[in-house]
Write a protein that binds this ligand. Sequence first.
Ligand code: LLP
Length: 383
Amino acid sequence: MLNQFPLNRFANEQTPFYYYDLELLEATLNNIKEYTNDYPFHVHYAVKANANDRILRTINAAGLGVDCVSGGEVAASINAGFESNKIVFAGVGKTDREINLALDANILCFNVESIPELEAINELAQQKGKIADIAFRVNPNVDAHTHKYITTGLSENKFGINLEQLADVLLYAKQLKNINVVGLHFHIGSQITILEPFKILCEKINELQEKVRSMGFNLKIINVGGGYGVDYDNPDENPIPDFKAYFDVFKNNLKLYDNQEVHFELGRAIVAQCGSLITRVTYVKKGTAKQFIITDAGMTDLIRPALYQAHHKIENITSTEKDTEVYDVVGPICESSDCFGENEVLPITKRGDLLALRTAGAYGEIMASRYNLRALPSIIYSK
Ligand code: LLP
């Protein structure tokens, strides 16, 4: 039996719920600070990974900024106490309403992904008599070797501006009176567990910077995006990603000029390991060749396995059985993709046992839905 969960507190709670270990989150944030402190490195937490208010407040208290992709995220960040000069706003489809909200809040920077968007921001800023600081999201064409749904840096996709078009776009932006180009933004994908793609990204940025500087642009911000992955298989061995190795890649390979700042947009690496989805076993059903554990959590609570064929480590946290058996762990939703794991080796499991689906702090709670008219999962914090 594992003891990192407060089982006495769990005993009478309505399941399923997300459990957040805020001490682990704080330790993770301290670790990030340790490796970014003496560099012009600014980490903007990618709110899309988890917009839970306690999580946002903990991240704000640690001094990080936020990377938002909707008006809702900008509003939630302001509500959680983030200062406007620590908020960046990205996304391919910002609506006028969202742009206006961000302009009114005087955010740090818009990450712009297309010419029509640039024009819309210019026009709306003009109406308010403001000048919007923007960074262009550039598609660096780096293969992140990750799942096809979460790779974003290759040239043929909806994100960003293609390298070949950047020079023209920069020159065009220069003519717009209510736009001030302050940076370049890159993001190559998510759940990247090898460092090589980040090194290649640095090299691409170095080349691009030479070109952009020769055109007379002196950009203050180089935003390298997020995407650093976590260890889904061994959450206890690697509760905090190797941030030293990650930041070293940028320290050693990215060439900076004058007073340039490097911005990071880490989401998963910050919050994934601090969250677990706790679910109760509703039934154990024996088939002919297989046996199923049917949990009270389903894909509506944690959609990553169904959507990305992701696997979250599953543990029986209440069983005292020494013998193990093999189970398929499935949810109650009427979809065959509602499966958390096939052929899971677990201690003999009974109706009423609690299971933990680990490493669920990122893209878990925030992606929950009410499909089948289910209640949203509730939340318990370690403190
Ligand atoms: N910056 C940009 C521009 C992004 O598109 C993303 C994630 C991030 C930063 C943060 O990436 P992270 O550090 O968390 O990898 N729902 C999927 C992941 C989608 C990621 C989308 N973009 C999943 O559950 O795996």
